[in-house]
Ligand binder design. Structure first.
Ligand SMILES: Cc1cc2nc3c(=O)[nH]c(=O)nc-3n(C[C@H](O)[C@H](O)[C@H](O)COP(=O)(O)OP(=O)(O)OC[C@H]3O[C@@H](n4cnc5c(N)ncnc54)[C@H](O)[C@@H]3O)c2cc1C
Length: 244
């Protein structure tokens, strides 16, 4: 529900009160020029759904608009949620994030979403872009805790290629090709999977970020013998579309 009339957005707040958690912004960090980490603290005890790494949350970023984001860290018991925001500067969500200030109170909706960590898998591979780095951090932490393997690959704009290192993420970085989506990732994965020694059947993929890139990578993985049910996808954005 990216955009709804104001009266509906107001009504939803009382109708779905179990999904709304009042939180306060307790810290903001400018990690890079267009990458901001924000810490939210609140009471999540009334949450209708337990958080699973990979799940997403939502914020009302204006009177009529909602935007999705992925916690990079979420501890509902301690009442702490952190998000890595990519400020692309092209929409109301980006502006809303840039303006967030410590002490501000707002509502966090969720958790929800299509992707969740598959604890029955031994190996976890995540693919995405600037918007996916929070999801990588959350899934990687869970994999470490479960003593599972984790590998991630990010296609990033040239000027952002150092971001995973700055975030201490062990992510393989390829440069984004704006015309031929996912081409560099597929080239890289071709070599990586040719030497893949882990059990293929116990591998789960998490594909997030750009819709076209996800589609290209998924097709490639299927062509390499992985099954659709092993590939969890959630497009985070698509050229020209607002608020997926
Ligand atoms: C389930 C889900 C989880 C997400 N998690 C995160 C997260 O953890 N961190 C995060 O930073 N983002 C995340 N996103 C992406 C974020 O919601 C989008 O970037 C969203 O477009 C931001 O809203 P906006 O109002 O700034 O831009 P919109 O109004 O939605 O879009 C305005 C324009 O910007 C373009 N645009 C959107 N995203 C990008 C981009 N990445 N690069 C270039 N152009 C873009 C759109 O195509 C459109 O033309 C997530 C999205 C979804 C659906």
């Amino acid at each position: 529900m990216p955009k709804v009339p104001k009266w509906m957005a107001d009504a939803m707040q009382s109708l779905f009160s179990g999904m709304y958690h009042p939180v306060q912004v307790t810290a903001t960090e400018e990690l890079e020029e267009r990458l901001r980490r924000v810490r939210f603290e609140g009471d999540f005890s009334g949450s209708k759904r337990a958080f699973v790494p990979g799940n997403v949350i939502e914020f009302r970023v204006s009177d009529t608009e909602f935007r999705h984001y992925t916690p990079s860290y979420f501890d509902p018991k301690a009442g702490v949620c952190e998000v890595l925001f990519y400020l692309h500067g092209k929409g109301p969500g980006s502006k809303w994030v840039a303006d967030l200030k410590v002490g501000e109170t707002l509502n966090l909706l969720g958790p929800g979403g299509k992707i969740g960590y598959n604890a029955s898998s031994q190996n976890h591979i995540a693919f995405g872009d600037e918007t996916s780095l929070g999801s990588f951090a959350c899934i990687e932490a869970e994999a470490k805790q479960q003593r599972h393997s984790f590998y991630s690959i990010a296609e990033l704009d040239k000027e952002n290629k150092h971001w995973p290192k700055a975030l201490q993420l062990e992510t393989t970085v390829v440069e984004k090709d704006k015309e031929m989506k996912a081409i560099e990732t597929i080239r890289y994965l071709d070599g990586y999977l040719a030497n893949y020694s882990r059990e293929k059947a116990s591998t789960t993929f998490y594909l997030t970020g750009n819709a076209k890139s996800i589609s290209g990578v998924k097709k490639f993985l299927i062509s390499r013998g992985f099954e659709s049910k092993q590939i969890r996808t959630e497009p985070y954005w698509s050229e020209g579309k607002t608020g997926l």
